[in-house]
Design a protein around this ligand. Structure first.
Ligand code: ZN
Length: 131
């Protein structure tokens, strides 16, 4: 586990949120991306050595849409960067940690990612990612 790579924030209106992070907080917008598999549009900001990822659902079937329906907009996940994702997943599984993805999949930026269930982490959805 190397560092907190980014915080994922579920938003209702990406353009409006981008405006806030850019103009009011003065953060640098790194770019936009659509992740079809997760049905989200993403805007990524640089924040020191970490990043902030804004997520807007593109479909009612998107996990982000369901999250906002249930909890409202807000912090959706914390992402930690790891050296070897597959090895970490095996290690966690051996320790009885509840994983959402037992195998890596491809997330924003083409990175290998996997989610750990909030039940195991104290209520926070945890994304592990490998660069
Ligand atoms: Zn993320």
């Amino acid at each position: 586990m190397k560092k907190i790579d980014h915080l994922g924030i579920a938003v209702r209106d990406l353009q409006q949120s981008v405006k806030f992070y850019k103009e009011n907080l003065g953060l640098e917008l790194l770019g936009y991306e659509e992740v079809k598999e997760q049905m989200v549009k993403v805007a990524m900001f640089k924040c020191g050595e970490s990043r902030i990822e804004l997520l807007e659902a593109t479909s009612e079937n998107s996990p982000i849409f369901k999250f906002i329906e249930k909890k409202g907009p807000g912090l959706h996940h914390t992402a930690i960067r790891v050296n070897d994702l597959e090895k970490e997943l095996i290690k966690l599984e051996e320790k009885g940690v509840r994983l959402i993805d037992s195998k890596p999949r491809i997330g924003a930026g083409g990175h290998k990612i996997a989610f750990v269930h909030p039940k195991s982490t104290g209520g926070v959805l945890l994304e592990l990612m490998e660069e």
